[in-house]
Write a protein that binds this ligand. Structure first.
Ligand SMILES: Nc1ncnc2c1ncn2[C@@H]1O[C@H](COP(=O)(O)OP(=O)(O)O)[C@@H](O)[C@H]1O
Ligand SMILES: [Mg+2]
Length: 381
């Protein structure tokens, strides 16, 4: 066991890293953050900030020499850096698991070859792949770059062959996948922790609503049949086992019109749809990340209050350049609403600036308050 007072390394210093760092610091672990952004949200709480590129050799040396264990908060952490570090210190999740999750080609192939349910897709690397892809999947479709996409970025809706060819040309034929557009009944996610000894603790299934490809609202627990929730949890557990995964794993699912579960993607880290766990579960996903990293016994992931999480995007910051914070009174007047801000100095459209979690014994009441807050914030803009 790695006990409090040890130093933990964190690759990536965004909001997920900030909340991990807060959890770790609260237990008196030191945290060294590696992030090229001088204004990294995590660095504000960290004990040290290595303000360099992720591949900087001196920084990697510092992490391996001074950290009892290293984790990551984003899937674009160079997998080879994690693998290098693993020769000298504990690294969770592994470079292997991150490598699979950070590339939609390897990710989708992994799902398919291990028998996990996925929607129809095809891989595109060059112009010749266009007709092969359109033979295998039907339009309309969604085209996604294999790497570095997030929050709906690096994605395009495709309605015709011409549109596909034009988009790929504009993208300079960056390796991509094309997926059939699935008419969605609902989206859900399962977040779990898998310990080094194989023990697993699963958070309640979350129901997710996206706007423009970005998570807008999470409702927890998801309003789905028990049997479907159990099925999703079982699939997520099997996936974690198949990956030999150690750490926090998020699995995003589509629920189709006929109640089929399809795996959309995985994230080798805490997930935006798990932010409700901070205020509504006995252990948050970030405390759990510390626990699994340090080989502490896993915390109880059960929920003590129904909750609705509302993302706060830069869109609701006011003024021409989104330079003025919203009137927080709209949030703070609700006793069950918990405000979380990520310390980002520059608000931009679509940028995740914070979130609000509304806890209420009645889930529909929590949802009503969250929607009221969203309405008030967007109106004041
Ligand atoms: N094949 C698809 N059919 C229908 N909707 C999709 C499809 N792929 C993505 N979406 C929508 O776009 C959102 C973001 O896509 P996703 O693949 O999860 O990328 P990101 O890495 O940006 O989260 C999904 O949560 C879903 O709402
Ligand atoms: Mg996603």
């Amino acid at each position: 066991m790695i006990l409090p007072n040890a130093t933990l390394g964190l690759i990536g210093g965004g909001q997920l890293g900030r909340m991990f760092t807060m959890a770790a610091r609260n237990m008196d672990y030191g945290v060294t953050v590696l992030d090229p952004d001088p204004l990294s949200p995590a660095a504000e709480f960290a004990t040290a900030h290595l303000n360099t590129a992720y591949t900087d050799l001196a920084s990697i040396e510092t992490l391996s020499a001074s950290c009892a264990a290293v984790t990551t908060e984003f899937e674009n952490a160079p997998a080879e850096v994690l693998t290098t570090l693993a020769a000298r210190t504990v690294v969770r999740p592994s470079g292997h698991a991150v490598a699979i999750a950070q590339d939609r080609h390897t990710e989708k192939n992994f799902f398919k070859s291990n028998g996990f349910p996925v929607g129809p897709f095809a891989i595109i690397n060059c112009v010749d792949d266009i007709d092969i892809a359109l033979h295998d999947i039907r339009l309309p479709a969604v085209l996604k770059t294999a790497r570095f996409g997030y929050d709906g970025k690096g994605q395009a809706r495709i309605n015709s062959r011409d549109e596909l060819a034009a988009t790929l040309t504009a993208w300079k034929f960056a390796p991509s996948i094309i997926e059939e557009f699935i008419p969605l009944k609902l989206e859900i996610s399962v977040i779990l922790a898998r310990a080094a000894n194989g023990e697993v603790e699963v958070f309640p299934v979350a129901e997710n609503q996206h706007v423009n490809g970005i998570l807008d609202i999470t409702i927890a627990p998801a309003r789905i049949a028990e049997t479907l929730a159990t099925k999703a949890i079982t699939l997520a557990q099997k996936l974690a086992t198949a990956l030999n995964y150690v750490g926090i794993l998020a699995v995003e699912f589509f629920i189709t019109a006929d109640d089929q579960l399809l795996i959309n993607e995985i994230a080798p880290r805490p997930h935006n749809s798990g932010h409700f766990t901070i205020d509504a579960c006995r252990t948050s996903q970030f405390v759990q990340q510390v626990r699994v990293l340090c080989d502490l016994p896993l915390g109880d992931a059960s929920q003590h209050s129904p909750a609705v999480m509302l993302n706060l995007l830069g869109d609701v910051w006011q003024g021409l350049d989104h330079e003025i914070s919203p009137d927080w009174q709209a949030v703070l007047q609700h006793p069950g609403a918990h405000l979380h801000l990520y310390g980002k100095r520059e608000a931009r459209k679509g940028r995740k600036m914070g979130h609000v979690t509304v806890c209420d014994p009645d889930l529909s009441q929590a949802l009503a308050i969250a929607l009221q807050i969203r309405q008030a914030l967007s109106q004041s803009n």
